[in-house]
Design a protein. Structure first.
Length: 269
């Protein structure tokens, strides 16, 4: 049986007006929304770090507002990834990593480097980018995730490069972006983007059962064969092996995202 404590499920951000009076109780102070969400979910992907630099005190405030076992993932600064020559991103990478993210301490999860849908895979330039990603900050080990959004990344050459640098690749369950579940690191990062408003939990009970099963397989270091891939799955995981899994309900009918996350967590528990 999978070690479900290695599976974290959440949403993107926590400030969303349609959640107020629905997910958030009517009258809940906005300053309490992160605490409320973190008591019901096990992770949140922070999007604001993509658009602007946060202060160390802000990261510390987020850390202190959440339970001990909670974990954030962070979208890295767009100034590092939205550029023609990725080899020139070093200064922006250093600025983001040194902006105070270490204040999150044990709650610092994966860092997501999101690339524009128009950004094509160029092996030499992309490797130059990966070579500049630091392995640690202030004694904390960093885990990096590539959110690649152009079809040219659906190649074995990209998989080899990502695996050589031990970076994960976002598995995006969507028709709008390249969707492939080939693993390139020792953890899984999945963004689920098919929520439908006609379901109270955003997904049908059958679909949520299937995602719970897939999460369990990932956590047991297996590779589900039923998901889209570039290469065939590797050999099944060895008995006793585990893998961290991060799953986020994002986009689609976003108003249903917290319900979807809580429904999945209920199945995993």
């Amino acid at each position: 049986m999978a070690n479900t404590s290695r599976i974290r499920v959440g949403v993107g951000g926590w400030t969303y007006e349609p959640w107020r009076g629905d997910f958030y109780p009517t009258g809940l102070a906005q300053s309490r929304e992160l605490a409320y969400a973190s008591e019901r979910l096990s992770s949140i992907e922070i999007n604001g770090t993509y658009y602007s630099t946060q202060k160390p005190a802000t990261f510390a405030k987020w850390r202190d507002a959440t339970p001990d076992a909670f974990m954030f993932s962070l979208k890295a600064s767009r100034f590092a990834t939205n550029r023609r020559v990725l080899a020139d991103a070093g200064e922006s990478i250093t600025r983001f990593v040194g902006s105070g993210i270490a204040e999150l301490g044990s709650k610092l999860g994966p860092i997501v480097w999101q690339f524009a849908p128009s950004k094509r895979f160029e092996a030499g330039d992309f490797e130059a980018f990966l070579e500049q990603l630091p392995a640690h900050v202030d004694g904390l080990k960093l885990r990096h995730v590539m959110d690649v959004r152009h079809e040219s990344f659906k190649t074995s050459d990209y998989l080899k490069l990502a695996r050589r640098h031990h970076v994960a690749t976002v598995f995006t369950d969507s028709d709008e972006y390249p969707s492939f579940a080939d693993l390139t690191a020792d953890f899984v990062y999945a963004r689920l983007m098919r929520a439908d408003a006609k379901f109270a939990a955003g997904y049908s009970p059958k679909a949520l059962d299937q995602w719970a099963e897939l999460a369990g397989l990932w956590a047991k270091a297996e590779e589900p064969a039923q998901l889209p891939r570039i290469e065939p799955p590797h050999a099944p995981g060895s008995p006793g092996r585990t893998r961290d899994v991060f799953m986020y309900f994002i986009n689609g009918a976003k108003e249903r995202a917290p319900a979807a996350a809580m429904a999945l967590l209920g199945r995993l528990s």
